[in-house]
Design a protein around this ligand. Structure first.
Ligand code: HEC
Length: 137
């Protein structure tokens, strides 16, 4: 095998692995949180990219796997009621491939990021562990 062909094969395998792992390489375009975001929100953005964007898209919408956006126009997450309700759903069921893959602190940070993106939480205010009574609209 020529070196360049082998290099291409290695690059393709790495890209496939990145896709499976949901790493930054697979989802470069997760939007940065707004200026003044708490470290929890910044962490939530990174974790969303790693563990959720694979199926829900960098911007919370990827109709290939799940038809509805999970924040922003057209979302249906208001049915979870509050930040705590959304946390409890994510705690139980997400990431869909292995909900035990990340801990509750990570899930709290992701919920914080999602609700900042959805306009329900201010970016500079961390969410207490397991969420709170903030309404989802
Ligand atoms: C392997 C693909 C996959 C991954 C990774 C994944 N999800 Fe999901 N998600 C789904 C599927 C499929 C559903 C629909 C589940 C159902 O209806 O039972 C769903 C549903 C949801 C819903 C409900 C939306 C609605 O309108 O009902 C939320 C919220 C959600 N996911 C958040 C997350 C978060 C946060 C993460 C990362 C921690 C994540 N998901 C990771 C596939 C995935």
């Amino acid at each position: 095998m020529k070196g360049s062909v082998r290099n291409a094969a290695v690059a393709a395998a790495a890209a496939a692995a990145a896709l499976v792992l949901g790493t930054a390489a697979a989802n470069p375009e997760v939007p940065a949180p707004p200026a003044g975001a708490s470290s929890q929100v910044l962490q939530g953005a990174r974790l969303y990219q790693q563990h959720c964007a694979l199926c829900h898209g960098a911007k919370g919408r990827d109709a290939n796997v799940f038809p509805r956006p999970i924040w922003g126009p057209g979302h249906d997450i208001a049915k979870f009621g509050t930040a705590r309700g959304l946390f409890e759903y994510v705690q139980l069921l997400m990431p869909f491939d292995d909900p035990a893959k990340i801990d509750d602190a990570a899930k709290t940070a992701i919920v914080n990021y999602m609700l900042v993106r959805n306009g329900n939480l201010k970016p500079d205010k961390p969410l207490p562990p397991g969420g709170d009574q903030t309404a989802i609209r």
